[in-house]
Design a protein around this ligand. Sequence first.
Ligand code: C2E
Ligand code: CA
Ligand code: CA
Ligand code: CA
Length: 278
Amino acid sequence: VVPSEQINVTVFDARLAQSPRLQLSLDAELKKAVEHQQFCLLYQPQMDIRDQQIVGAEALLRWQRSENELIAPGAFMSTLESSGLIRPLGEWIMQEALRQQASWAQQGVCLQMGINVSPVQLEQGKILDQLERMVADAGCDRSSVCIEITESLAIKKPLMVAKTLSSIREAGYKVALDDFGIGFSSLEYLLRFSFDILKIDRAFIWNLAQGSKEQAIVRALAPLCQSLGLKTVAEGVETRQQYDLLSSIGVDQVQGYMLSRPVTADAVTELISDFRGL
Ligand code: C2E
Ligand code: CA
Ligand code: CA
Ligand code: CA
């Protein structure tokens, strides 16, 4: 069994919801946390349904606020974005994830590394240069790197983002549309931007019971993605039943607690060496 992460978000979330003064202090605290490098990445494996192999991992940011406080990004991502701190931190995230991808590859573990990128980072137009430099430094394969873009109304420069995304793909990287189906990532995104992978949000996965609307939607999405040339990844797969159904529907890959929670890089290596399919 892979050790699960310790999270202490509940306490923190309550504090955040309060006053603008606390928001201000969160800003300041995060600034210090970036300066003192109090962040780490956990990784969550992704499995290909057809080959029953672990083929990828998504890097997920954690704030190591104190020795026994590891905080998930829901509590602070929007503050990182609004303060602009996500720019320097985002560079570190890419560098660290790419370094890990290369280190696994050296051990013979070839995983596609999923890296979450905020629209704030895309609007700068510098991300491809950064990626190219870091990939060369780390010695990764571009095709083993997948940039995950989340839905967001905050895309202020859609043309710039579209251009950036296609230049990233042209350079040989993969691009995934994250959280598909919720928020603002609608079908229009598939027209406006170009992707390799579509990640079906877990809102559609938790209830796949016979006759559910969720199941009807996922059933329709799979062939739609296939005809658009997109691979599908189901997020938040927690049970064997969900997995079996997704397998029969023809979804390509799964990610979720059924396989593993987000864990340390070493725990991923261990999981893979023990993994013999489902
Ligand atoms: P996401 O990209 O959709 O990441 C998946 C989230 O679902 C993760 O939450 C993961 O822990 C959680 N999850 C995975 N499997 C299951 C499951 O089976 N059941 C349930 N209930 N949840 C599951 P996490 O790590 O708290 O991250 C939240 C969001 O923060 C991410 O959502 C992503 O949008 C953002 N984020 C995380 N790391 C980064 C990063 O390095 N950069 C940026 N820009 N955003 C990040
Ligand atoms: Ca993601
Ligand atoms: Ca997602
Ligand atoms: Ca999300």
